[in-house]
Design a protein around this ligand. Structure first.
Ligand SMILES: [Zn+2]
Length: 96
Protein backbone atom coordinates (compact mmCIF):
# COMPACT_ATOMS: atom_id res chain seq x y z
CA UNK A 1 0.00 0.00 0.00
CA UNK A 2 2.75 2.36 0.99
CA UNK A 3 4.64 1.56 -2.19
CA UNK A 4 1.68 2.68 -4.32
CA UNK A 5 1.46 5.90 -2.38
CA UNK A 6 5.20 6.55 -2.50
CA UNK A 7 5.43 5.83 -6.21
CA UNK A 8 2.54 8.18 -7.06
CA UNK A 9 3.22 10.94 -4.57
CA UNK A 10 6.96 10.88 -4.15
CA UNK A 11 7.98 9.55 -7.56
CA UNK A 12 10.01 6.70 -6.13
CA UNK A 13 10.64 3.62 -8.22
CA UNK A 14 10.91 0.31 -6.43
CA UNK A 15 12.28 1.39 -3.07
CA UNK A 16 10.48 3.64 -0.63
CA UNK A 17 11.68 7.16 0.05
CA UNK A 18 13.09 7.95 3.55
CA UNK A 19 9.83 9.59 4.58
CA UNK A 20 7.80 6.50 3.76
CA UNK A 21 10.36 4.18 5.34
CA UNK A 22 9.97 6.21 8.52
CA UNK A 23 6.21 5.76 8.41
CA UNK A 24 6.56 2.03 7.70
CA UNK A 25 8.98 1.58 10.59
CA UNK A 26 6.61 3.46 12.83
CA UNK A 27 3.64 1.36 11.76
CA UNK A 28 5.59 -1.87 12.28
CA UNK A 29 6.73 -0.79 15.72
CA UNK A 30 3.14 -0.01 16.66
CA UNK A 31 1.92 -3.30 15.28
CA UNK A 32 4.40 -5.20 17.43
CA UNK A 33 3.19 -3.38 20.52
CA UNK A 34 -0.48 -3.66 19.62
CA UNK A 35 -2.38 -5.42 22.40
CA UNK A 36 -4.60 -7.16 19.84
CA UNK A 37 -1.66 -8.94 18.21
CA UNK A 38 -2.84 -11.39 15.56
CA UNK A 39 -6.42 -10.61 16.44
CA UNK A 40 -5.90 -7.03 15.50
CA UNK A 41 -8.84 -5.47 13.68
CA UNK A 42 -8.07 -3.10 10.83
CA UNK A 43 -6.85 0.18 12.22
CA UNK A 44 -10.03 2.07 11.31
CA UNK A 45 -11.91 -0.13 13.75
CA UNK A 46 -9.18 -0.50 16.29
CA UNK A 47 -10.26 0.61 19.71
CA UNK A 48 -6.73 1.56 20.65
CA UNK A 49 -5.73 4.60 18.67
CA UNK A 50 -2.06 4.13 19.18
CA UNK A 51 -0.74 6.38 16.42
CA UNK A 52 0.47 9.83 17.20
CA UNK A 53 -1.75 12.41 15.44
CA UNK A 54 0.92 13.34 12.88
CA UNK A 55 1.67 9.74 11.95
CA UNK A 56 -2.01 8.90 11.99
CA UNK A 57 -2.68 11.68 9.50
CA UNK A 58 0.07 10.34 7.25
CA UNK A 59 -1.23 6.80 7.48
CA UNK A 60 -4.73 7.99 6.62
CA UNK A 61 -3.38 9.86 3.64
CA UNK A 62 -1.74 6.67 2.42
CA UNK A 63 -4.96 4.67 2.89
CA UNK A 64 -7.02 7.30 1.10
CA UNK A 65 -4.65 7.37 -1.83
CA UNK A 66 -3.78 3.70 -2.13
CA UNK A 67 -7.12 2.21 -1.06
CA UNK A 68 -9.06 2.81 -4.30
CA UNK A 69 -5.99 1.94 -6.39
CA UNK A 70 -5.48 -1.29 -4.53
CA UNK A 71 -9.09 -2.18 -5.25
CA UNK A 72 -8.34 -1.88 -8.97
CA UNK A 73 -5.02 -3.67 -9.13
CA UNK A 74 -5.57 -6.21 -6.35
CA UNK A 75 -9.35 -6.58 -5.94
CA UNK A 76 -9.05 -9.89 -4.09
CA UNK A 77 -6.46 -8.61 -1.66
CA UNK A 78 -8.47 -5.46 -1.07
CA UNK A 79 -11.68 -7.41 -0.55
CA UNK A 80 -9.95 -9.71 1.91
CA UNK A 81 -8.59 -6.72 3.76
CA UNK A 82 -12.03 -5.16 4.05
CA UNK A 83 -13.65 -8.44 5.01
CA UNK A 84 -11.00 -8.89 7.63
CA UNK A 85 -11.94 -5.53 9.10
CA UNK A 86 -15.61 -6.49 9.22
CA UNK A 87 -15.13 -9.95 10.67
CA UNK A 88 -12.53 -9.01 13.21
CA UNK A 89 -14.62 -6.40 14.89
CA UNK A 90 -13.22 -5.82 18.36
CA UNK A 91 -15.52 -7.18 20.97
CA UNK A 92 -16.80 -4.21 22.84
CA UNK A 93 -18.49 -4.65 26.12
CA UNK A 94 -20.40 -1.56 27.00
CA UNK A 95 -19.05 -0.35 30.29
CA UNK A 96 -21.43 1.87 32.12
ZN1 LIG B 1 7.52 8.22 -0.16
Amino acid sequence: MLDIFCRDKHGSAGALCPECIELLDYAMAKLVKCPFGEEKPSCARCTVHCYQPAMRARAQEVMKHAGPRMLKSHPILAARHMLHGVLRKPRQKSVK
